[in-house]
Ligand binder design. Structure first.
Ligand code: SF4
Length: 255
């Protein structure tokens, strides 16, 4: 095994018994996902150094830190330890290079894990999404690119043609997202309806159809790929924190 020579915080040399990661190991770009939730789409996974440190789920219940997703998240995070000082824009450039390896034949979900937390990072991904959409169009495919963000300081414009929903935990956050031009998604402990219902009078909550059993997966549903429509209609995608079993939904009253 190789050793890695580094300078530790006290200024002395450390010999670490491991290979240094390749910088591209911070990102996984997958041509065809086998994830049941999103369906057979392309996707990216990015080490959590890309996420805003303010995300309340980081290290505390993020779905990508548990189950089988945790294997990939941990691998990316281990690689990121060698590149802890990379800027969000630099990480986005690595992700953009990953996106550029994909064929453009399928819809593309960005950030099964990860985020873009600055305008510059979002703009780099928006440009990669434009190239991706163009590759799809050259194959007569109208592919869609979508994601979610916990960043609070990025402008909606920076995401370009990426359909992006701001992830929220409270209605004040939903209102702030909407005022900033973002469609919103909100996480609640568990679904109480399986169809659309009024949220705070002004908004309409749409329980994620994959979670309620009304859609097989994201590709079949497509709601999150239309953020401008969701924003214009004040529609908010509602997620149950732990997915919620479809069978559990069957007894819920439709409103
Ligand atoms: S609302 Fe539709 S597109 Fe959005 S997460 Fe749920 S199934 Fe996927």
């Amino acid at each position: 095994m190789k050793t890695l020579l580094t300078v530790n915080n006290s200024g002395s040399l450390d010999m670490l018994p491991r290979d240094r990661a390749n910088i591209s190991d911070l990102v996984a770009a997958v041509e065809k996902s086998v994830n049941d939730k999103i369906g057979p789409v392309s996707c990216t996974w990015v080490a959590q150094i890309s996420c805003p440190p303010s995300c309340p789920h980081m290290g505390s219940g993020c779905y990508a830190e548990s189950g089988t997703a945790a294997f990939t998240t941990n691998r990316l995070n281990r690689a990121a330890r060698d590149f802890a000082t990379l800027s969000p824009a630099a990480v986005a450039m690595i992700e953009a290079a990953g996106i550029d390896t994909l064929t453009g034949r399928r819809d593309l979900r960005l950030h099964v894990v990860g985020d873009a937390r600055t305008d510059k990072a979002a703009q780099i991904l928006a440009a990669a999404a434009d190239r991706y959409i163009a590759r799809g169009a050259a194959k007569n495919k109208a592919v869609r690119v979508w994601t979610y963000t916990h960043a609070r300081d990025t402008r909606r414009e920076s995401w370009g043609r990426i359909s992006v929903l701001r992830s929220c935990e409270t209605m004040p956050q939903v209102r702030a997202a909407h005022a900033a031009g973002y469609a919103a998604a909100i996480v609640i402990p568990e679904h109480v309806h399986d169809r659309a219902y009024k949220l705070d009078g002004e908004y309409t909550g749409i329980p994620c159809p994959e979670q309620t059993g009304r859609a097989a997966n994201c590709q079949a549903c497509g709601l999150c790929m239309q953020d401008s429509k969701l924003h214009a209609r004040k529609n908010v995608i509602v997620f149950a924190a732990h997915g919620q079993g479809k069978r559990k939904m069957t007894h819920l009253k439709t409103v």
